[in-house]
Each structure stands twice: as C-alpha cells, then as structure tokens.
Design a protein around this ligand. Structure first.
Ligand SMILES: Cc1cc2nc3c(=O)[nH]c(=O)nc-3n(C[C@H](O)[C@H](O)[C@H](O)COP(=O)(O)OP(=O)(O)OC[C@H]3O[C@@H](n4cnc5c(N)ncnc54)[C@H](O)[C@@H]3O)c2cc1C
Length: 418
C-alpha cells in the first residue's frame, strides 16, 4: 500500500471513482431511501447476523459472489500488493470506494469481516510465500472464508495460556485441542489457529498456523446464545495435519502473530462501526419516543440526548484519527477507544430502549418496533467481550496511551489479552 508522501498512484482518485461508479452501476441497483415509516417494513434491529440456516447459506453465496465480482473487476483488494492480487493504491482510494458503495444495494462484507480484516492481514504480515500465494487472493475474492481460532475454555483474556498443542510430524504438524467462541466457523474454509509448541515461558512457546477447516479431525459444533441464534461455535481439533508451509511466523513466535491479528481485530471492530455511529438511527429513536407517548418525558429526552452525544463523540474521534492518518501522523489510541465506545454506546442504547419499552421488551405484544429490540438488548453485552473485554481494553489504554504503570498481576491470573 502506498503511504503518504510515496510515489503518485498510477490512476487519479477521480478516475478511480469513475471506474468504481461504472462497476457499481453495471452490477447493482442504487439504494432507494424511503425513510422510516412507523409500522412498515422489517423492524429487525439485532446485532448479530442470525438468519435461519437456509437464509444464512443464501446470504453467504451472495457475499461470495459480490467478492468475486469485485475482485475480478480489480476492486477486491484496492490497497493490497499487486503480486498477491491487489491494486497497490492508497487507503483513501479504498475509502472512496466504500463511500460510493454505501449508495448501492450491495451484499457488503459483514460475514467476511474476520476474513478480510483480521486473517488476511496476518497472513500477509507473517505467512510464508507459499501461504501468501495460496490464500491472499482467494480470501479477497471470496473463494475462501476464514475464522479466528484463538479463544479456548481456559484462555480468553489470558490468551497466552492456550492449551491446544501442535507437535511436529514429518514436514508438517499435528494439532489437537478445543477452541470456543469461534465466530463464523460454520462456513469457514480455513482458520488461523494459535497453539502451544513447546515448554518455553508462556509467551515464547506459541506458534500460529493456517488450518483447513475441512481437514479430517476438525469438528465444528454450534453454540446457541441467549438471542436464540448460533453465530459462534466450539471447534474440536483431533490430530489435524497442517503442512509446515502453513505456519505463520517462526516456531515459538506465535504471540507476535496473535498481536497482529488482535490489533487488526480491535481497529476493524472500533473503526468500521465508528464507535457505533451506524447505530444512530435518530429518526427511529424519535419515532419510538413518539409512539410510546413519552415525547414530553424529561428523563427520556435526557437519555436520548446522552445517547446522541456518545455516538457523535465516537464518530468525531474517528474522523479526527482519519484526518491525522491522511496527514501521515502515527496512529493514536483510537482503535481501542473506538472499541470501548462501541460497547458503551450499545449499552446506552440498551438502557434507553429498556426505559422506553419496559415490559414490551420481554413480552411480544405484536406491536411493530417494540419486542424486536429484545434481540438487540440480548446481543449487545457480547460486544463488551468480543475483541477484548472492556476491562482489558481499559488496561491497554491506561498502560499504552496514558503511560500508567502496569496493573500488578493477581496470583494465578495472567496479564490479560494484549
Ligand atoms: C461477540 C463475540 C465474538 C467472539 N468471536 C471470537 C472469535 O471469532 N474467535 C475467538 O478466538 N474468540 C472469539 N470471542 C471470544 C473473546 O475473544 C473472549 O470472550 C474474550 O477474549 C474474553 O475471554 P473470556 O470470555 O474467556 O473471559 P475471561 O477472560 O475469562 O474474563 C472474565 C472476566 O474477567 C475480566 N478480566 C480478565 N482478565 C482481566 C485483567 N487482566 N484485568 C481486569 N479484568 C480482567 C474480563 O474483563 C471479564 O470481565 C468472541 C467473543 C464474543 C463475545
């Protein structure tokens, strides 16, 4: 990817935008915004994608097809190195495309966030040449979908205590253990797995691999969460063979590989959501207040104002970070701050709709736009955990952004997911 101050891109931004517009016009319909009409259309406001299995398959097919068309049109990896299938254009070009695409009825990248935002960048940074050639274009083209196999029943925040093992077997490795919370493993073709490979101190005995999710010995079992959906899984690995060329980084250097993935995880969760800016459907919130007959309730009005301010503040912080990046300045703590803001803003929305809707959140009265919020309320707490819990993110901000001393480790506890 070209950095600020690097050589001029081979195509101007205006020409590039015209190219993108031609692609989108030729393949997708412009979005028609009919505005919110209370009682009309879907009132779904869930936070996880939890369609029934048939709908889920249909959606995945549409996303893979979207990725294929994008990639074949030269727009599937705008910032990526040309030798692996990218265009080697600056990030501003990717953002210009994203802005334009929001105006069209496209399937979007929701189900491939982990693939594109976390696993592909890690393979690019740490993969062997063979792994980069095998996976990078295929991941960006939607031919392969990836999942992140880090967390275990005994290793979440304290990720360095993973107990899944990888042992040498000829020119490859045998991997055995259990992973948990694996988002999207049910349709993943490959996974990035963190394993123990030695007896050295915890952070120096880990190694990361790319694993074939269809290989013998891989078993994926869905986990049903309290929303009723099953977006996560347990993954059991029983002597799964992985060639050595699918090792990411050096033997024993898996911690550095994991850090790359986690940094990308936090900034993709925090930045794509703009700290929850996409959740700010002010018209919907105002219509709810109106339809619940609470327009003049000072507490509800105060609550709505607080919600609005929290989400706008997160959005402005993100925009400031983007402006700094455009000027070539180093990244600040906006990634972890954005992640924290997202979890907080979701909790604020939960408190607001709970105060407003009361019992209609727990009993389906059939009234449009009321009980539907139960799915959001039950799913939102997950965002306090995924990508690092609030407490662990606060530790990161305290130690790395504010320069406060490290928190003393409690006896028997680890230092916390980095
Ligand atoms: C929506 C969602 C999606 C996820 N997707 C994936 C995925 O695809 N792949 C994957 O590998 N994992 C995934 N996870 C797992 C996620 O990474 C873990 O839930 C997270 O790291 C926390 O680990 P834990 O659940 O084991 O909680 P624990 O680590 O057991 O934490 C329990 C409590 O202790 C607190 N705590 C722990 N350590 C400290 C400390 N040092 N200081 C202060 N407080 C601390 C935590 O904040 C928390 O409140 C997902 C989780 C969610 C909710």
């Amino acid at each position: 990817m070209s950095e600020p101050g690097g050589s001029a891109p081979p195509i101007s931004l205006d020409e590039f935008v015209s190219e993108c517009r031609a692609f989108l016009d030729g393949s997708y319909e412009p979005k028609v915004d009919t505005g919110l009409r209370w009682g009309e259309g879907s009132d779904r406001v869930g936070v996880f994608e939890e369609p029934d299995p048939e709908e889920e398959q249909r959606r995945m097919r549409a996303v893979r097809e979207w990725r294929r068309r994008l990639f074949d049109a030269g727009l599937g990896w705008i910032t990526g190195p040309i030798r692996y299938g990218g265009r080697d254009l600056p990030l501003s070009y990717q953002r210009a495309f994203d802005r334009l695409a929001r105006g069209y009825d496209v399937p979007g990248n929701g189900p491939v966030t982990i693939t594109l935002g976390m696993v592909a960048p890690t393979i690019l940074a740490h993969g062997t040449e063979a792994a980069r050639n095998r996976y990078l274009a295929a991941l960006h083209r939607g031919d392969l979908v990836a999942c992140q196999l880090f967390s275990e029943p005994g290793a979440g925040s304290d990720l360095a205590s993973v107990s899944t093992t990888a042992t040498r077997d000829g020119d490859g490795w045998r991997i055995s253990g259990q992973k948990v919370w694996t988002s999207g493993a049910q349709h993943a073709d490959i996974g990035e797995v963190l394993c123990r490979t030695g007896e050295a101190p915890r952070h120096r005995n880990l190694t990361a691999f790319v694993i074939d999710m269809g290989a013998p010995g891989v078993e994926v079992r869905p986990l049903r969460q309290m929303t009723g959906g099953a977006a996560f899984n347990e993954v059991f690995l029983d002597s799964v063979w992985v060639p050595d060329e699918d090792r990411l980084g050096d033997i024993g250097a898996g911690w550095q590989v994991a850090l790359t993935t986690l940094r990308n995880e936090r900034s993709s969760i925090g930045s794509e959501s703009f700290g929850g800016a996409g959740l700010l459907d002010l018209e919907r919130f105002k219509a709810m207040v109106h339809h619940c007959g609470r327009r003049d309730d000072p507490l509800i009005r105060q609550h709505l104002a607080r919600l609005y301010c929290g989400i706008r503040a997160a959005k402005y912080m993100r925009q400031r970070a983007e402006a700094a990046r455009r000027r070539g300045l180093a990244a600040g703590p906006e990634g972890p701050l954005g992640k924290l803001a997202l979890a907080r803003n979701m909790a604020e929305i939960t408190a607001f709709v709970s105060a407003l809707l009361g019992p209609s959140l727990v009993a389906d009265s059939g009234r449009w736009g009321t009980y539907a919020w139960a799915n959001f309320v039950l799913g939102a707490p997950g965002y306090r955990l995924g990508g690092g819990t609030d407490e662990v993110i606060k530790n990161i901000i305290a130690e790395r952004a504010l320069g406060l001393p490290r928190e003393p480790a409690a006896p028997m506890a680890g230092p916390g997911r980095p």
